[in-house]
Ligand binder design. Structure first.
Ligand SMILES: *[C@@H]1O[C@H](CO)[C@@H](O)[C@H](O)[C@H]1NC(C)=O
Ligand SMILES: [Cu+2]
Length: 394
């Protein structure tokens, strides 16, 4: 990837300056996404060693205890099987929610989906968007460990790594994958003129083949002609058993999710407000990075902003979103401290005049919070190695 970026930079310079002395040896090279990851990791380690200050206090988290989140394709086959086992395990434990109000919440996994459905308006396009989701993914990772004896860390999906996503280790449908694409069914495209991919039907191959989902839909973005059953309850919490659908496609992995675009998103936004807004706000020309990841999987419930955690790969996508923020926070030594604590935005997605978020605002996970760890303030969720957290990305 570093090689590709260099080549692109050289080619671009040659085009711009053809005729002039063109060889760009003295030009500043754009950082590649791999360079950014390396710098972020170096700085995050300095913070752990105490040679670089980020303004946070940390007692428990050290270089010896920190856990390392890896890319799914970088896990060994045994590590992948262990992750798949743990996800299946959490999907087999009973829900802790009252069945009367949430008849669709059958399993402990569904508890996570319900909490997200419930919180959606107060945790998207808001000041706490990155913080709440960091907290939420960590709670899921913790549940895998404490309720299902999971030995590893939460893996992520590096968006820029696979230009042919259906053939990636995540979606190729083999026994070490997160299941295959949906079976092909003829269907129309989605929002903003996105063409249909080669799936659209039920996932029938691999570890999550023939999975039943029960909650939602609430805000489906799939072609209505597919006839996805409406939920018996208006709030989407009713029991609506149906298959997991995907339409894994390459539309975004070759556009908004290419490594150069990911790198320039990180290097060109210096304040968190801009960083979060550009990450989330789709334009008619281009889907933003956050939705691009969701829509690369698409399907039901993956393409539904409320119910999307019902898609088992949600956690890999949002793990990467957290990593994207972590890289942005950490890759510049001089800005690391200020970027760690930046906080900006409102508190309700649907109300642009909602109260401004404050770093002292408590965040809630309700029934999926690890014991004694609900209601943690945003300013304790700033660093992945302070507050309740102790992990870095490799
Ligand atoms: C899913 O069900 C279909 C049809 O019964 C079957 O052919 C297929 O092997 C099943 N897949 C898995 C992963 O169990
Ligand atoms: Cu979300």
């Amino acid at each position: 990837m570093a090689g590709n970026t260099l080549l692109t930079a050289v080619t671009a310079s040659l085009c711009l300056f053809s005729g002039v002395s063109a060889w760009p040896f003295n030009k500043r090279q754009a950082l590649s996404i791999d360079d950014i990851q390396k710098q972020a990791l170096t700085n995050a380690n300095k913070v752990l060693e105490g040679t670089l200050a980020d303004g946070m206090t940390r007692e428990k988290c050290t270089k010896d205890t920190v856990s390392i989140r890896k890319e799914y394709g970088d896990l060994s086959k045994d590590e992948r099987l262990e992750y798949i086992r743990a996800v299946k395990c959490i999907r087999s434990k009973p829900s802790k929610l009252p069945a009367g109000k949430y008849p669709g919440a059958k399993t402990r996994y569904d508890d996570f989906v319900v909490v997200h459905m419930n919180m959606t308006p107060s945790v998207h396009s808001t000041a706490n968007f990155m913080h709440w989701h960091r907290y939420y993914i960590w709670a899921y990772e913790t549940a895998l460990k404490t309720e299902c004896e999971y030995k590893g860390a939460q893996p992520y999906w590096n968006w820029g790594k696979y230009s042919d996503l259906p053939k990636s280790p995540i979606f190729n449908g083999d026994e070490w994958s997160m299941g295959g694409n949906g079976d092909y069914v003829k269907h129309g495209g989605g929002m903003m003129g996105i063409p249909p991919g080669e799936g659209g039907g039920c996932v029938t191959k691999g570890p999550f083949g023939n999975l039943t989902v029960t909650l939602g839909p609430l805000m489906s973005t799939m072609d209505p002609a597919l006839g996805i059953k409406a939920n018996p309850q208006r709030d989407g919490y009713g029991n609506n058993p149906r298959c997991l659908r995907r339409d894994v496609n390459n539309h975004y992995t070759v556009s908004s999710l290419v490594p150069t675009n990911l790198a320039s998103h990180i290097t060109s936004n210096t304040a968190i407000g801009k960083f979060q807004d550009t990450l989330q706000n789709d334009t008619p020309q281009m889907s933003a990075i956050h939705s691009s990841g969701h829509f690369s999987i698409w399907g039901d419930p993956g393409g539904d902003v409320y119910v999307s955690p019902g898609e088992p790969v949600f956690w890999l996508h949002h793990g990467q979103l957290d990593r994207h923020w972590w890289m942005w926070q950490n890759y510049l030594e001089a800005d690391l401290k200020s970027r760690t604590s930046m906080y900006e935005g409102g508190t309700n997605w649907f109300n642009p005049n909602s109260a401004r978020g404050k770093a002292t605002d408590k965040q809630w996970l309700d029934v999926v919070a690890p014991t004694g760890q609900d209601g943690i303030a945003s300013n304790q969720l700033f660093s992945t190695t302070a507050g309740p957290f102790c992990y870095i990305y490799q």
